[in-house]
Design a protein. Structure first.
Ligand code: HEM
Length: 217
């Protein structure tokens, strides 16, 4: 690896992230196709609304599996807040909304990313549960099934809105981030700007490894 690059994600993380992303996008598109008359043409494209429903439901299973793996994978770094550092970052809005001379340092994920992860975890789980109840509705009381439709629509609104913010920040909004999802290798300059504390910890643990290796070798 080039000296000015650092490994941000491993192959497993990238596969899980892509499965989550692709299944989520297929669910958005197929869901919209079933929900609104003006989007019914999406059903026509795949051979009818019945087939679109199968695509939606089975992609849902794929999404649930990806979500469980994502939660396991990201929980430690993106699911817990570190105080007071994260609070300081929030007070400065990470320097995204107004000029801040010294943006408080954060680890691998900043509090905005953590909020996104938590929204995906909570609303993604709500989508999975409500989707399964609607799919196997005969096993549940009618009033409960009706509420699941409401929950599913609410979850969609939240995830759809967050998705565009995430897409923007993961690409053009924060240049240098996308390789974390493709090759897994990011520049040290990007890591220093976006996740300085994490970079320092990585460097320290690399040094510790070298020392430990030297001691035994
Ligand atoms: C194709 C569209 C997508 C792109 C380009 C994209 C891009 C990225 C990038 C570059 C990162 C790493 C950011 C960093 O380390 O600073 C990331 C992290 C993450 N992505 Fe995506 N992503 C996409 C779709 C999704 C979808 C659909 C979801 C969830 C439904 C998702 C969930 C996450 C989560 C939970 C993280 C880790 C925590 C965070 O950064 O908030 N991504 N994404």
């Amino acid at each position: 690896m080039r000296k000015d690059m650092i490994q941000a994600t491993d192959a497993f993380e990238r596969v899980v992230h892509w499965s989550l992303a692709v299944s989520c996008i297929v669910l958005f598109v197929s869901g919209l196709g079933m929900m609104f008359k003006s989007f019914n043409f999406i059903g026509t494209m795949v051979g009818g609304l019945r087939i679109l429903k199968y695509v939606h439901n089975f992609t849902g299973i794929f999404f649930i599996v990806s979500l469980v793996l994502s939660i396991r994978m990201w929980w430690k770094e993106a699911g817990t807040f570190e105080m007071p550092g994260d609070l300081e970052w929030m007070k400065a809005a990470g320097g995204y909304l107004w000029h801040v001379d010294n943006v408080p340092e954060v680890g691998k994920y900043n509090p905005g990313q953590k909020a996104f992860f938590l929204a995906v975890a909570v609303f993604g789980a709500a989508m999975g549960v409500s989707g399964l109840v609607m799919w196997f509705s005969t096993g549940f009381p009618a009033f409960a099934v009706r509420w699941m439709y409401v929950l599913h629509a609410l979850g969609f609104l939240v995830l759809f809105a967050f998705f565009f913010v995430h897409l923007y920040l993961g690409t053009i909004g924060s240049p240098g981030s996308l390789p974390a999802m493709t090759t897994g290798r990011v520049t040290r300059a990007w890591a220093k700007k976006q996740h300085p504390k994490w970079l320092r910890e990585m460097d320290e643990s690399a040094k510790a490894d070298v020392h430990a290796g030297g001691g035994h070798g």
